[in-house]
Write a protein that binds this ligand. Structure first.
Ligand code: CP
Ligand code: NVA
Length: 331
């Protein structure tokens, strides 16, 4: 694998072999970490972490991964820099590119992270945009492979808002890696036609299949992985909640869904999740619309089939692989 100098903006830019190499590298780092073997081979480098939206997993993963590799970090919070308000993306990119060996960006349109990458002169990593969440994909694939032992041929069903970052990115990674992707949701939440057509092309090569269905019974039957995400994403207006709850409630992940998928099935969620009313937003929306839980029931979330915390841990190991591979590990 030689990804030195490359940005990591969407998995559309990476071959199946490169994706697998990154997962393998993450698994190797995970083993080192568990054994307490130091791997601070990138000492002396520094990276900037731009967050225009909030984060727990992605921010902590970048900070811990960088620290483990010997790299220094600067965190720029959603309000603490000049980006976008007083300084353009292109100017910010050129400034940060003079000080840092790499830049992470979490924020809004994909075009912003693309522009950063165009001007920075150093690798830029997408920590989530409206359209894609590629570092999350590596963690999800590592988690699935750890559990089942393989990826090709796995049936993954995504329920909920499949036209946003998570649905799009899961469809891409499944299509690239020869997995069977189903979006099981209301029609208006299917991924867009252009992206579906592009993924159909990847699928022709990899042996993957892509299915879009509104039928919960057919869409979840025999699935190895049932995946969901919040129904309203960061940056979306408060006003969309009512429609989302109305349209997406039939696609809540319940015990019946998991039973229909079968005993072999596991549950994944990128997190954070509204599986009870112990969050401010979950409580507000749950009480307003009469639910005790939103996209997944607490029973499924807390069940043996739920791998969500392994998945969250794997964010760190996989992000470490992306940083190391693109900065040139050990050089
Ligand atoms: N899954 C994920 O990206 O979580 P954060 O928003 O906490 O980073
Ligand atoms: N779709 C969610 C993912 C969070 C990790 C969002 O964009 O808020």
């Amino acid at each position: 694998m030689n990804l030195k100098g490359r940005s990591f903006l969407t998995l559309k830019d990476f071959t199946p072999e490169e994706i697998i190499d990154l997962i393998d590298l993450a698994a190797a780092y995970k083993e080192k970490k568990k054994k307490g073997i130091l791997h601070d081979t990138l000492r002396g480098k520094n990276i900037a972490l731009i967050f225009e939206k909030t984060s727990t997993r992605t921010r902590c993963s970048f900070e811990v991964a960088a620290h483990d590799l010997g790299i220094g970090t600067t965190y720029l919070d959603p309000s603490g820099s000049q980006i976008g308000r007083k300084e353009s993306i292109a100017d910010t990119a050129r400034v940060l590119g003079r000080m840092y060996e790499g830049i992470e960006y979490r924020g809004f349109e994909q075009s912003i992270v693309e522009e950063l990458a165009k001007y920075a002169g150093v690798p830029v990593w997408n920590g989530l945009t409206n359209e894609y969440h590629p570092t999350q994909m590596l963690a999800d694939m590592l988690t699935i492979r750890e559990h089942f032992g393989y990826l090709k041929g796995i049936k993954l069903t995504y329920m909920g808002d499949a036209r946003y970052n998570m649905g799009n990115s899961l469809m891409i990674v499944c299509a690239k890696l020869g997995m069977h992707f189903t979006a099981c949701t209301a029609k208006e939440y299917f991924p867009n036609d252009t992206l579906v057509a592009q993924c159909e092309k990847y699928a022709e090569v990899s042996g993957a299949t892509i299915t879009l269905t509104e039928d919960v019974d057919a869409g979840t039957k025999g699935a190895d992985v049932i995946y969901t995400d919040v129904w309203v994403s960061m940056g979306e207006p408060e006003g969309v909640w009512e429609e989302r709850i109305r349209k997406l409630s039939p696609y809540k992940v319940t015990r019946e869904v998991m039973d229909n998928a079968g005993k072999q099935s596991v549950f994944l969620h990128c997190l954070p999740a509204f599986h009870d009313l112990k969050t401010k937003i979950g409580k507000e929306q749950g009480e307003k619309y009469g639910f005790a839980e939103l996209e997944v029931t607490d029973e499924v979330f807390e069940s043996e089939q739920s791998l969500v915390f392994d998945e969250a841990e794997n964010r760190m190991h996989t992000i470490k692989a992306v940083i190391a591979a693109t900065l040139g590990e050990g050089e």
